[in-house]
Ligand binder design. Sequence first.
Ligand code: AMP
Length: 117
Amino acid sequence: MSDETIFDKIIAREIPADIVYEDDRALAFRDINPTAPTHLLVIPKRRIATVNDVTPEDEADLGHLFVVAREIAEREGVAEDGYRLVVNCNAHGGQSVYHIHMHLIAGQALGWPPFPR
Ligand code: AMP
């Protein structure tokens, strides 16, 4: 397991965040550097560094992220128009925070595919 990240500090309320959802195993908050009108991050409270570290024991926590994403998409009013859920892994995936997280990006039509740098 890699070291604690800034997301652990958000979970512990040691640094501020615009939290939009919390339950016993997940937290969702607004991305500090939004790439679209709605850009939220949905994270498990129990830290898993990357998708490469996922084990069968993580299935419930990670599956729960989809339930939370569905709930907050509805609350944010973007469910019907649609949105994108993204999980980046390691350098080539563009991961910068090593606490697994799902981006929920919405509020405008998004391009596809994501191009290489
Ligand atoms: P990724 O690049 O997939 O690891 O995504 C990490 C995301 O976390 C980026 O979109 C950052 O803008 C966001 N981020 C970093 N620090 C904070 C913070 N303190 N509060 C909210 N979002 C953050």
